[in-house]
Each structure stands twice: as C-alpha cells, then as structure tokens.
Design a protein around this ligand. Sequence first.
Ligand code: GMT
Length: 374
Amino acid sequence: MKIGIACYPTHGGSGVLATELGISLAKRGHEIHFISYSLPFRLNEFHENIFFHEVDVSAYPLFKYPPYALSLATRLANVVIERDLDIIHAHYAVPHAVSGYLARKMLGNKSHFKIITTLHGTDVTLVGADPTFQPIVKFSIEESDGVTAVSNYLKRKTIEEFEIEHDIRVIYNFVDTSRFDRSKTCCERHHYAEDHEKILIHVSNFRPVKRVSDVVRIFDRIHKKIPSKLVLVGEGPERIFIRQLAKELKLLDSIHFLCQQEYVENLYAYADLLLLPSEQESFGLAALEAMSCGVPVIGTQTGGLPEVVVHGETGFLAPIGEIGSMTRMALRVLTDDGLRTRLGENAKLRARKNFDMDLIVSQYERFYEEISVR
Ligand code: GMT
C-alpha cells in the first residue's frame, strides 16, 4: 500500500510511534510518505521505501499565527495525487485529521484515499476538551474512515467526551523488543553512578501533565535513604523549574539532566527503576520501552497506564500525587534484589507478549486493509 503519515516530528510519544510504525511498514514492503514540518525524530537514517515531504508555512505579516493546518492540507493533497496514496494516517487529531479532511474535500473525485486517525491522548483529554477545539476534534474523528485509540481508556474517554458513535478500534502502542533489550545495548554505567548506587530514570517531554516535580520529590526522599542517582531525560517547558527545584533540594550533584536521547535504550540498560507519576497518560510509551528493557515502573493509576503496567507484577501504581506511597514502593523495589529482578523479568515478558512491534504493526496492517475495502 502507499501510505501517507501525518504526524508531529518531535520527541512526543505520538511522533515516536508514528515514525516507528512507518519504518516497520516500509520494511514490510509498503511505500511510506511522512508529511510534516520537519524530519521526524528517529527517521534520520536512510530507509528504503520511505519518503519525507516537508510542509512549508509562509509567514505573511497579516498572519499573527501561520496557518499550519492549511499548508499541511495543501501538501497532503499534493502528495496524494503525485504519489497516488491509498491512505493518510493522521497521528494526533489536531491538526492532522482536520488537514486530511480538507485535502479530501480539495481533491473531490480525483482521489479516493482513506483517512485513518490515531488518537494518542492529549488530543482528546486536553486539546479535545478545550472548548475552542472540541467541535473540530469531534468533527475530524467523525469524518475519518477509520479511528484507532492507543488504549481502552482512551477509547472510553473519546466516546464520553465527544459522544462519538463512530467505531473506535483499540490498537495499543508497541515497542521494538529486539532493540529495547538490555543485553544488546551499550553504555558506560559508571558515567551515571558509582557501583554501589542505584539508578532511577524518568523520560518525558517535561510538560505539567508529567508531574516531573513529583519525580524529583520522590527521588529526594529515596536519596536520603539509599545511595542513588536520578537520570532525567527530555526537554520541555517545566525543565527550568525542575532544575530550580533540584537546586533548592540540594540535589544537583545527584541528578543528571540529559536532553532528548535518540537511543534511550542505552540508558534503560542500567536503570533500576522508571518513575512515571503522570497526571494523565493515555498509554505511557516510556513505561513500555523501559519494561522491554526489564526495568520495573513506579507510576500512577491514571488513564491507560494500568493497561501497560500491572500493579504488583511489572511495577507498582499509586494514586496521582501520592509521593509517600510511590517513595515506599520505590524503596521496596530498590532494596529487594529478588523483587526487582522478578518485576523486571515480568515487565520484559509482558512487553514481548502483548506489545511487540510485529504483533501490533500487523494489527495496523489489517485495519488498513479493512478500511480500504469499505
Ligand atoms: O502529551 C504527551 O505526553 C505527548 C503525547 C504525544 O502525542 O506525543 O503523548 C501521548 O501519546 C503517547 C503515544 O501514544 C502516549 O504513550 C502517551 O501516554 C500520551 N500522553 C498523554 O496521554 C499525556
């Protein structure tokens, strides 16, 4: 099939997932066209069957806000015609699904491509709940030929939020378990911690919804009890405040602030625990990638995270903001080698059994086929 993927090119989960999906589909022989404002993260190597089409947005003085959705719609319509696409797969409803709809209207009978929209989370829970976007998010979902959600939670939430009657297929996020494998990665542990210290890790886009300050406060309590280091991976609006908090708590020497990492699996290879105390998480791709590397997760009972992390089996979940409980759970895991090994092994197995790339990409392929013949 010839598939256009419209996505954010950034390090957010939706962009990562869209890119990995495109790479995997290309390996299966499909022709993949990424359409975005810059080259997606994780796509910087040569891949056969993959093409990138950049969306240029003109900034005329009259435009206070350059209309990206319109430039994207125009580019999508061009690529559909030039490359004879069968499908546009929009990742994150706003603006990708809306631009896909516009492209279809622009082309009329010249093309019969299908629009598939994958809902990732904040497009429904935050952006979608905002009254300025709510009606257009609902419209773009209803006008898509096929809609997927990354968890059962997100499907329920979408139906509740938008009173959608359109069928929504749950297709979970996936991980390349052969790449996210502790035994295959290489990095020098001693760069991050002494032999006797434990390593905690947190990976996110540092938005308020991730509650990174809870990560630092949990670490503060742990650090007072056991020798440990915290590795913070990612960039985003909260990062500056988090650094300030770390300074106030006199933790700057014990926290490594790393920017976005292309090969985060190298860091998971030595991590003892992932902290993910998010306010909302429709799935939690970071949790899955850590689990695939055998790293237990301490997180919150929120959104779709319990569909990924099984409490007591692959990690522990607590109510949002319960720093005390999360600290106690983390200390248990860090000080009990047997428990940590058991959770890590279970996590690795769960990732392989339920969320392996091959398994989930096949589900997307079947969904494309189903929608194409409708
Ligand atoms: O808000 C974010 O964390 C970014 C967002 C994205 O679209 O890039 O992440 C969402 O999509 C990921 C991939 O499907 C999910 O794993 C994340 O749980 C989800 N984030 C939230 O729901 C907060």
